[in-house]
Design a protein around this ligand. Sequence first.
Ligand SMILES: C[S@@+](CC[C@H](N)C(=O)[O-])C[C@H]1O[C@@H](n2cnc3c(N)ncnc32)[C@H](O)[C@@H]1O
Length: 220
Amino acid sequence: MIDDEVFARISKRYDLVRALISFGRDNSCKRKAVASLPPGRRLLDLGTGTGGMLSAVGRGSFVLRVGVDREIRMLLESRSLNRNASYVLADVTQLPFRSAVFDAVTAAYLLRYVDHYRVADQAMSLLKPSGTIVLYDLEAPTGRLPKMLCRFYLVVMTTLYGLLFHGSATAYWHLWQTFGGAAADDVVATLRRVGWSDVARDRGIGGVIWWVVARLAARA
Ligand SMILES: C[S@@+](CC[C@H](N)C(=O)[O-])C[C@H]1O[C@@H](n2cnc3c(N)ncnc32)[C@H](O)[C@@H]1O
């Protein structure tokens, strides 16, 4: 488990490093991932951090966008960018919401910290019938050489940005240490097994970023 202090420390530079590491493409991938979300009243973003998913969704499609995170400084960063969103400081495994109140649940780069089965289970109880989930993360490319190159790139870049922005080589190491913590195939298989419908997967940035969109089957 990652110490919350890790995110408190990097909160101010998190978005810059996220953009640098992804060649500026993380935001556009996030926009693609949420593009198929049907408009609704309430959206919940789990592990919202600095609010990348809330920004990708934008103000138009939901009356209420709620970001949940357990690290206050990440939420404060998000609030400075997404003033019209609402925020809840909480652990995603112990959420203070009634069941079946949200039209959509999203989570980006969270499944490396919280088991995907648990996140899907939470979303199932929080979503209204036919609500949509969007899960978004990174995984290592297939093949030994691409895997090694990808890991090498992450180790070098996170070390460089850690030294540059925080005077500490290890400030961003959790990004590569947790790399590949969630694989798209496993997430798709779990969602299908526990009864989600219309499970679809897509990829960006050479297949390293993936997202899965699924709909909660209407309750009988
Ligand atoms: C890598 S950041 C991702 C932030 C954002 N979703 C994005 O796409 O850039 C992971 C975030 O998840 C939060 N987090 C990790 N475990 C959590 C938990 N159990 N409950 C709430 N937030 C959690 C961290 O505090 C951090 O802000």
